[in-house]
Design a protein around this ligand. Structure first.
Ligand code: PBG
Length: 337
């Protein structure tokens, strides 16, 4: 920073601008708005009541009917988009994850119902086979290895049925090589040229996904397995830049960094390097740890959740996937922001 921008004490006193609420508001650099929020939601078959998820207090698995209702509440609050995650009946899971490409599967029915009721709410669908595979991996397994090209072929089929159901944004979270380009070509060929691709470009092999795997029921299928042969090593930063560059070249409209809080440096680097719409996922484990500490009275939930999201904005994110989206949207509305 240039010397003249910061004088020296005692002429310069940094605390002056912090003295009153009105100056603090005037000098504030970053703001969180409802437009920054994407709400991930879990849907399951059947008509049962909302089912709580033990490791994610305040988060539920919804029936399609209830999903349509809560999606309406999110839309009314001004949340731009939801991301739909299916809880697939174990009897439909196979080694090849074929149910993912069934045009009448749970995700497709849920997306069609939500879009019919709320055409102006954006709907994002994950592309990865893990909710559908009996082994819980995101792709097809041959000789104990998740094979790339064969998995991509299946992910393309999954993308096409989701787009046909009315999904606005295809979000590949599988980390196979070349999948963004393959999906883009297939979407265009099938007449879905305005369906967007939000690539989970820098997705790390993280222990913070634990509660999500409970929520969709893939933890049991995965057993003790991990995803380190395709998700990124948490030690790597430069590699995230290469991943994002490749996905953009293949046609991604938006990119994501995931998880969030331990990877704020990656968010900043991606935003600075590419200047493209950059999203960050505050994943299930981040939500769970804030919740758990708040339940014990160790942290003030309202304040820490807002601070955690503001941190993502400050790091350069254009938007945040957070399980707290609806609560936060209500709070922003109360605050009149
Ligand atoms: C599926 C997928 C995962 C998450 C989003 N999509 C789990 C995983 O990769 O094992 C994690 C989301 C979260 O933890 O909130 N590929």
């Amino acid at each position: 920073m240039a010397e003249h921008q910061s004088g020296s004490f005692p002429r310069t006193r940094m605390r002056r601008n912090r003295r009153d609420d009105w100056t603090r508001r005037l000098v504030r650099e970053t703001r969180l708005s409802v437009d920054d929020l994407i709400w991930p939601v879990f849907v399951r078959d059947g008509d049962q009541a909302d089912e709580p998820i033990g490791s994610m207090p305040g988060v539920f698995r919804y029936s399609i009917t209830r999903l349509v209702e809560v999606a309406g509440e999110a839309a009314a609050l001004g949340i731009p988009a939801i991301a739909v995650f299916p809880v697939i009946d174990p009897s439909l899971k196979t080694p090849g994850g074929e149910e993912a490409s069934n045009p009448n599967n749970l995700v497709c029915r849920a997306v069609a119902a939500v879009k019919k009721a709320h055409p102006n709410l954006g709907v994002i669908c994950d592309v990865a086979l893990d909710p559908f595979t009996s082994h819980g991996q995101d792709g097809i397994v041959r000789d104990d290895y998740v094979v790339n090209d064969e998995s991509v072929a299946m992910l393309v089929k999954q993308s096409l049925v989701q787009a046909a159901a009315g999904c606005d944004v295809i979000a590949p979270s599988d980390m196979m090589d070349g999948r963004v380009g393959a999906i883009r070509d297939a979407l265009d060929e099938a007449g879905f040229s305005s369906v967007r691709i939000l690539s989970y470009a820098a997705k790390y092999a993280s222990a913070y996904y634990g509660p999500f795997r409970d929520a969709v029921g893939s933890a049991k299928n995965l057993g003790g397995g991990d995803k380190r042969t395709y998700q990124m090593d948490p030690a790597n930063g430069d590699e995230a830049i290469r991943e994002v560059a490749l996905d953009l070249r293949e046609g991604a409209d938006m990119v994501m960094v995931k998880p969030g809080q331990p990877y704020l440096d990656i968010v900043r680097r991606v935003k600075d390097e590419f200047r493209v719409p950059t999203y960050v996922y505050q994943v299930s484990g981040e939500y769970a740890m804030h919740r758990a500490a708040a339940e014990r009275g160790w942290l003030d939930w309202d304040r820490v959740i807002m601070e955690s999201l503001l941190g993502f904005k400050r790091a350069g994110a254009d938007g945040i996937l957070t399980y707290a989206a609806v609560e936060v949207a209500r709070k922003l509305r109360e605050q009149g922001t």
